[in-house]
Design a protein around this ligand. Sequence first.
Ligand code: NAD
Ligand code: GLY
Length: 366
Amino acid sequence: MRTVRVSLGPRSYPIRIAPGLLARLGRECAGLGLGQRCAILTDANVGRLYARPAQRALTAAGFQPLLITVPAGETAKSLATVRSCYDQLAAHRLERQSFVVALGGGVVGDLAGFVAATYLRGIAVVQVPTTLLAQVDSSVGGKVGVNLKAGKNLVGAFHQPRRVLCDLDTLRTLPERELRAGLAEVIKYGIICDARLFAQLERDLPKLLRRDPRTLARVIARCCQIKADVVGQDETETGRRAILNFGHTIGHGLEAISRYGRYLHGEAIAIGQVAAARLSTRLQGLPEAAAERVARLFERAGLPTTVRLTAPQRRSLWAAMRLDKKVRGGEIKFVLARRIGAVVPNCRVDEAEVNAVLDTLASRKP
Ligand code: NAD
Ligand code: GLY
């Protein structure tokens, strides 16, 4: 088993990465000194596959788990679902010492984390991420929240989990498209922090795509280590944590203008990262060849790297980007790369530069 530690003083916690961790869920929770009542929050797809083993493991360790199942998909990340979860927690009489287990992908993790952050002014949450994206990113670092009609993740909190358990076995049932979407966040870590990881991904991509357990374990642990280091330095994103948003400015904009129906998050940020690499060539001196390596790796991962937008769509994209949480004083802030493995946050980029890059993305032959 690999363990990565997130160091945040009294809120520090381990991320465990191994096969078979679901069976250890009860034992892991028993070490936390929490009450017997707890809730497993999951979605319909994940619940069908993994709720029983999670319930068994908790019950065997003396816990009394309530199962809350929400519909699968981004629309479950809403205040309406939060309210329904509160009602179920109250009916089951969860107390201050109770805890929530978030069993699922990033949607469940963000939702369950937000419910835990706010119910009774905050109870514990244990993250059990079951998508690649959630294992390398969303389950770590404490950002939790839900969407509003006006935009994604506009209501939320920082609420660190007490444990993160990445059971590698759960990735076996993950649909192919979701695995590839998770790779977009994996590749991001190489670009922002670790040129060696990026080169390793170029070499080992075929193994990742066929879900080779050893390669997955090594890569997930490295990504978690990078995220743990960044979060340990800047828990609430007053500075360095912003680098994790590489490719997300345009990516979130694309998700918004397509009403969250066309792209998975990972797909949108793949395009966003290729665009950010092109902007970096223009504005930060990123060598052309490096930007080409970035685009090529996303292509090989089966992720989209091109986008063709009409003039009105480009205006909508710019407007959507201005609604992003990363806007400061009305200015859209980008993370750009100087080289693979080193990025600069808070870069000002004007609309004409973005449009010039969108022209290159429209004409690129995949
Ligand atoms: P998701 O949670 O919607 O899961 C994707 C799909 O896979 C769902 O249909 C789910 O039911 C299914 N699934 C999950 N695990 C499975 C498994 N093991 N086997 C079979 N099916 C499985 O999507 P996601 O990509 O995991 O997460 C996306 C969400 O994460 C977005 O809402 C995004 O905003 C959020 N996010 C949050 C952070 C953060 O720091 N909090 C970071 C990145 C993304
Ligand atoms: N996924 C970005 C962050 O956690 O800060």
